[in-house]
Design a protein around this ligand. Sequence first.
Ligand code: HEC
Ligand code: HEC
Length: 276
Amino acid sequence: MNRDRPSQALIRNLTFPQRPHVLLTLAILVFAGTPWSHAQSVNPLEGDVRAIRGGAGLFRAQCATCHGADAKGISSIEAPDLTQIWSRRSLSAAAVFETIRLGIPGSIMPPHSMTDTENWMLVAYLQSVAEAGVIGLPAGDPAAGRRAFVENCSTCHRAHGLGESLGPNLSIVTSQRSLESLIASVRDPDALVGRGYKLVHLRASEGEEITGLIKSEDAFSMQLQDDTGRLRSVNKANLQMIERLSGSLMPAFARTQLGDQRLLDIFNFLQNGAQQ
Ligand code: HEC
Ligand code: HEC
């Protein structure tokens, strides 16, 4: 199946447009000469409308090919959704600044040599598109949601003291993700698989086959949770085969199986707990 592997050809063929110098120069002139350093932890340009606009231009030129025009990620090349790095990953502005500067070794995320000002403009743009949690969740019945959670979700998820932990804990997910993206996670989990939950199939040199979730990885090794739940570390040099699978372990729930109102009930349970 084609979608079982991130396409190397796609990655190789990605083209990187040149920076739109003219537009940027205008934006950068505004901030030129300010001695910001990357040692600081707060973005000096957070919330600055012109910086955000300039950052959006830089993003379109240098990042959108991989992270998508809306910064919501492109799953076929495993470029993450950058609207969720603040809430879901709790990254600080300084950490994002450093990631942009240094790239992520062992991945296609490249280092970028731009000025500190340009880098903070990008961070300001990413802060401006941060996805907030569900605000004003439509009403539902949390007690019915609790029952539906136990029936459909608790074999893999924990929330408010119930369930197992193969998948992420969902106790605070409604304060971290928008309603739209939560619904997408349930209706179409394969579309964007969370970090730490990417599936891989390996064959070790002794012939042993392992299927598991990649918890972390660098150029030489991989830390996996295998299908028995055991955590193990493998040395890439000792592998005969690495096959990365693109789907999620989570099954898609169609409307016929779990209706929209019942799903809202589940989200109400996740947000409020079941008062009983
Ligand atoms: C060639 C493709 C590519 C380009 C270009 C690219 N990225 Fe990335 N980026 C990735 C991939 C893939 C990852 C995930 C790497 C990993 O975790 O293994 C990533 C990760 C990140 C992360 C870390 C997210 C997290 O959850 O920790 C940030 C922040 C980020 N990119 C920002 C940017 C910005 C800003 C730009 C433009 C200046 C950019 N990237 C350009 C591919 C790219
Ligand atoms: C067979 C196991 C399994 C079942 C059953 C399951 N999930 Fe999941 N779920 C996962 C795994 C694994 C992930 C993480 C991988 C991913 O992002 O797709 C996940 C991710 C999610 C996420 C995204 C979490 C985050 O931190 O962003 C949500 C929301 C979610 N599941 C909701 C549900 C709900 C609601 C149900 C029941 C209707 C359910 N899941 C049933 C395994 C499962």
